[in-house]
Design a protein around this ligand. Structure first.
Ligand SMILES: N[C@@H](CCC(=O)N[C@@H](CS)C(=O)NCC(=O)O)C(=O)O
Length: 221
């Protein structure tokens, strides 16, 4: 059985959890906050999540794990059959990670400590995010899914990218970022309306207090 290591407050963890549930792959969750030498055996860069495969191998990096899960458990498919269309799904995943998620993440420390982010940082983040927004707008129809009629890995990936983007928008960036992507808010509501999303979101919520306790204990003053 697959083991998913990490914690449910993590948006990246929830990408893999959503994929595992969608594909109905047997898995167990092992709570791990990372930050230990031991954890580096599972995830060489120390990032959450990581996964131990049914055969006992360790993998990290969410998009890599998404590809692994699709290759190893092809049905129900989350990538189209056509090679070019598969690449387009990965293009949306990559763009949303580089130009939206990772930019929002630069403000996360201010989000967690509820302190003001420097203007210069906010300007840089805003500029790069504008590129991401433009790219998403040119690639995604959200009618009804990110890339059209079929649910793909891009929908799952983007759903949890937007969680962090919204946190940055509601916090340090003070900017309704989602509103700049037509169709995104309605798509978000559609994506939230499934048993899998409800389970992932409920677990995320339940892990909020333990996450902030962990942060306070390890990084609080
Ligand atoms: N590139 C990684 C990013 C994962 C990531 O940033 N995870 C966060 C938790 S949501 C983390 O590990 N933060 C702790 C750290 O950076 O040391 C992936 O795709 O899985």
């Amino acid at each position: 059985m697959i083991t998913l290591h990490g914690f449910a407050y993590s948006n990246y963890y929830n990408i893999l959890k959503h994929v595992l549930l969608y594909k109905d792959i047997p898995f167990e969750e092992e709570l791990n906050w990372g930050g230990t030498t031991e954890y580096l055996k599972l995830s060489p860069a120390g990032k959450i999540p990581s996964m131990t495969t049914a055969e006992g191998g360790h993998l990290s990096e969410s998009s890599v794990c998404c590809d692994y899960l699709e290759d190893q458990y092809p049905t129900p498919a989350l990538y189209p059959a056509d090679t070019f269309e598969r690449a387009r799904v990965r293009q949306v995943m990559k763009i949303s990670e580089l130009y939206l998620e990772l930019q929002a993440r630069r403000t996360i420390g201010y989000m967690l400590s509820q302190t003001e982010a420097p203007e210069d940082l906010k300007k840089q983040v805003r500029e790069i995010m504008q590129r991401g927004i433009k790219a998403i707008n040119s690639l995604c129809s959200f009618e009804p899914y990110a890339l059209g009629s079929e649910l793909t890995m891009a929908d799952i990936y983007l759903r949890y990218v937007i969680v962090l983007v919204d946190m940055a928008g509601e916090g340090p960036m003070d900017w309704d970022i989602g509103a700049e992507m037509p169709g995104l808010r309605a798509w978000q509501a559609r994506m939230a309306d499934s048993d899998i999303s409800r389970r992932v979101d409920a677990d995320h919520k339940e892990n909020t207090a333990p996450f902030f306790d962990y942060i306070q204990k390890h990084f609080g003053k």
